[in-house]
Design a protein around this ligand. Sequence first.
Ligand code: THU
Length: 147
Amino acid sequence: MNEKQLIAAARAAALKAYAPYSRFSVGCAIESVDGEVVTGANMENACYRLGVCAEISALTAAQAKFGLDKIVRIAVAGGDGLGAELAGDTVCTPCGGCRQSILEAAQLSGRDIEILCASGDGATVERHRIGALIPHGFGPTNLADAG
Ligand code: THU
């Protein structure tokens, strides 16, 4: 899948979000080294703090389908999901908690996972690596000295 298609998959996934409280729909598409793709969307809850981010939803699907260690690239898009297409011109970057979860996958494989951060309308894309989004992060490798 090329970059445009992966972003399109993230934008399409956002339309499946359950986000009645924030009304901010986020979609995430994750690609494996073998070209397999899974998607996820945010799912909120009346008990607000129990909401789940799109990235976590997609990471869970990735682990089930091909394993976190196979992740090579991730696309995220967020915006207004109430219409026929995801809308909005502000780029959506993963929240801090999601960066931590992506770092877990990155350290498993030793791959500096690429993250395509798109606006809702898909017109603006920022390209980042997880190492730049969470510098000096704490991951599985930091547990090397556990007893
Ligand atoms: N959200 C995500 O799904 N991923 C992020 O990285 C940022 C925020 C969701 C959480 C909540 O449902 C909505 O966006 C507004 O914060």
